[in-house]
Design a protein around this ligand. Structure first.
Ligand code: UTP
Length: 308
């Protein structure tokens, strides 16, 4: 039994984490291991998301999984054999690490039998919501948004303006075609815009702005109704962007918070390596050695280049 909505900070009870994608950009690693379990230093990406969801105030993590990706859920289950062994050996720090995920939040599975798109995945989560939830948060596990806390800002904005609130980053013009791009109007706050339209991965010269969606959404419950009414879009998939666009057309208020922080994309090897280096450099145990090693590797390449 979950607590009633009044007991949840920010009035968010459930965070939906779509994790049923194929992870093709990460093959061959993702042949057997779900990309959400790949470690950033020593912690799987999905646990970083669970930490952010718990900090937002949510008590339930609805993880959308594919039939062959049940290990993602298993990461949030108790593991008594390992716990007992670690306790017997006095390895209490490691024991705390093993138990951390299950203590953070209540993870529940939502099965997506076929990867029919992000919109389809999010739509399936309606089945686990309680009647007292009128908003649902969505966090894409590929996206690490730092520092944590942007969703608190988004919840504050929703309390003020109603409707749905999304997180945006400003990117250089030549990068917009990799993202969902917002068409926006000023609305009196530096870091907030009203959204008047949204386009999935437009050509750079057709993009309405440089503000792009990153994987954090605070969606009014009416999103589920919109998701039932859209048809397959880009790539033949049901797109979350199309459902949001439909809500905007029907006059539902949608705003963005422009986040002035860092973002890591764990969904492809290039972005993942950068995240590992960034987190690794901040790590008290591994940071100093990693910094030295990176300097040495760069110096070695530089001197090889000079020698021709
Ligand atoms: P992506 O298309 O970026 O990720 O989906 P992917 O499919 O896992 O990876 P590639 O492109 O093959 O390398 C964005 C997010 O939506 C989820 C993915 O798991 C990812 O978190 N998703 C996507 C689903 O849960 N179901 C889908 O049908 C599609």
């Amino acid at each position: 039994m979950t607590e009633p909505i009044e007991n949840h900070k920010n009035s968010v009870k459930t965070v939906v984490v779509p994790a049923a994608g194929l992870g093709t950009r990460f093959l061959p690693a993702t042949k057997r291991v779900p990309k959400e379990l790949l470690p950033v230093v020593d912690t799987p990406g999905i646990e970083l998301i669970a930490e952010e969801a718990a900090q937002l105030g949510a008590s339930r993590l609805a993880i959308i999984t594919a039939p062959q990706k049940s290990d993602v859920l298993a990461h949030f289950e108790a593991y008594p054999e390992l716990v007992n062994t670690l306790r017997e050996r006095g390895k209490l720090d490691q024991l705390r690490k093993v138990e951390r995920a299950e203590k953070l939040i209540d993870a529940v599975p939502v099965k997506q039998d076929q990867p029919l798109g992000l919109g389809h995945a999010v739509g399936l989560a309606e089945a686990v919501l309680d009647d007292d939830e009128d908003v649902v948060a969505v966090m894409l596990p590929d996206d690490i948004v730092m520092p944590m806390g942007v969703m608190d800002e988004m919840a504050r904005l929703r309390a003020e303006k109603g409707g749905s609130v999304l997180c945006a980053f400003e990117v250089p013009h030549d990068e917009v075609s990799n993202y969902g791009v917002f068409d926006v109007e000023e609305c009196g706050e530096d870091t907030v815009r009203k959204v008047v339209g949204m386009v999935e991965k437009p050509d750079a010269d057709e993009a309405p702005s440089n503000f792009v969606a990153t994987g954090r959404y605070l969606l009014d419950r009416s999103i589920f109704d919109a998701l039932r009414r859209i048809t397959p879009g880009k790539g033949g998939e049901l797109q979350l962007t199309d459902a949001i666009e439909l809500l905007i057309e029907e006059g539902h208020p949608v705003h963005i918070v422009i986040h002035d922080g860092k973002r890591h994309d764990l969904g492809n090897p290039g972005g993942f390596i950068r995240a590992c280096v960034d987190f690794g450099l901040d790590h008290p145990e591994y940071g100093p050695g990693l910094k030295r090693a990176i300097k040495e590797m760069l110096a070695e390449r530089e001197s090889k280049k000079r020698r021709g």
